[in-house]
Ligand binder design. Structure first.
Ligand code: F6R
Length: 369
């Protein structure tokens, strides 16, 4: 049942091309337009939406943070991301024009369920992005968009994360198409780019030897930092979470722009720092800005573990290690950049002799508040 792999997590990492491909399947008609029949909310209601709030926990919340950048860009709708347990007991501004999108692999997370119920009571439209048919959260929501990652057994989420980003992107593109904004025509091109992602993940998974070696060398490491910017910021958070969960190592993700506002004080000789570098064609020269962050921390002695696209030579002078990911449009990069971080956490956990699939103190679905 582990498909020849040693652990469920390793199998599930290798399931990722399929998880993305299956989640993309059947979302477009012959003309290439998005069709979301399963959504069951009228086009009229969706056109009236003036704000989106994503509610989720943990990895699913990071998928929401990634989606925020894409949905705001494509659909020109404001998107907030709220941790479900914070949303419920704050005093969120929600009405019938608010679309509350919950993201949950299990569909049973109590914090997320309570947030959805709260949103329903306040009259919001609720959509569930969920991986588990027949689970509670989709039942309590007005509509559901299923991710098709297949069952996820390992406690640490991997393929569900990629499928959640994919489904949230489909929702964003669908809203863009409905609203007919400047990105409406672009939606079909993005779908084509998304269809190329599974092959690129496949390719990326063949390049992981050096990442495994790095993990094996680093079994005694006590702290690892992760930096990212734009869609790379939630990827940094997710990389840190994987390492905490699986290897019990202190790990923190930062927005690269925050460095000089405090975290750079943490950098001393030998401190390992993963840096997720934006695609070179990311707007607003973000690529250049992150490259200079690498330079700054390297000058202070950091061990820079740089995740960069094929062909990006600018990072080379400042990188202790370069981990290459295939080229892709900037907003799709999280679907690739997170993979080496998953593989790193998996192998560091193994190198420490820990139980990869069943980390201490954690349960696969958290059904209590
Ligand atoms: C991380 C992880 C958790 C879950 C979170 C939400 O690897 O597994 O952070 O992502 O508990 O779970 P679901 O998606 O089932 O609501």
């Amino acid at each position: 049942e582990k498909g020849g792999y040693d652990t469920f997590m390793e199998k599930e990492i290798h399931d990722q091309p399929q998880a993305v491909a299956d989640t993309l399947l059947g979302r477009t008609d012959e003309s290439g337009a998005l069709v979301l029949d399963e959504l069951r909310i009228s086009e009229e209601q969706l056109r009236a939406v003036d704000k989106i709030i994503v509610v989720a926990c943990g990895t699913a919340a990071y998928a929401g943070m990634v989606a925020k950048y894409a949905i705001e860009h494509w659909a020109r709708l404001p998107v907030e991301v709220a941790l479900a347990h914070e949303f419920r007991y704050a005093d969120p501004v929600v009405d019938e024009r608010t679309l509350v999108v919950s993201i949950s692999q299990s569909g049973e997370t109590m914090d997320t369920l309570m947030a959805v119920k709260h949103a329903n009571e306040m009259g919001a439209l609720t959509v569930s992005i969920c991986n588990t048919h027949g689970s509670t959260i989709p039942r309590e929501s007005d509509a559901v968009l299923y991710t098709h990652a297949g069952p996820e057994i390992a406690v640490a989420s991997t393929k569900a994360f990629l499928a959640q980003i994919t489904a949230a992107y489909i929702l964003g593109l669908y809203l863009a198409q409905l609203r007919g904004g400047s990105y409406a025509e672009g939606a079909q091109a993005v779908m084509r780019d998304l269809h190329e992602i599974p092959g690129k993940i496949e390719e990326l998974l063949t390049r992981m030897d050096r990442v495994v070696e790095m993990a094996n060398f680093m079994a005694d490491t006590r702290s690892v930092l992760f930096l990212g910017r734009n869609v790379g910021f939630p990827v940094a958070m997710e990389g840190a979470l994987k390492l905490k969960e699986l290897a019990y190592i202190h790990a923190e993700g930062f927005a690269a722009g925050e460095l000089k506002h405090g975290p750079i004080a943490l950098i001393d000789a030998g401190q390992p720092v993963f840096v997720i570098v934006p695609a070179p064609d990311t707007p607003h020269e973000l690529h250049k800005k992150v490259v200079s962050n690498i330079q700054e921390i390297r000058a202070r002695g950091a061990r820079t573990l740089v995740i960069a696209h094929d062909g990006d030579e600018d990072v080379v002078p400042f990188a202790s290690e370069v981990i290459r990911i295939p080229q892709c449009p900037p907003l799709l990069a999280p679907l690739l950049a997170v993979v080496p971080l998953q593989v790193f956490a998996l192998h560091l956990s193994t190198a420490k002799g820990l139980d990869v699939d069943q980390p201490r103190n954690l349960a696969k679905s958290v059904t209590v508040e």
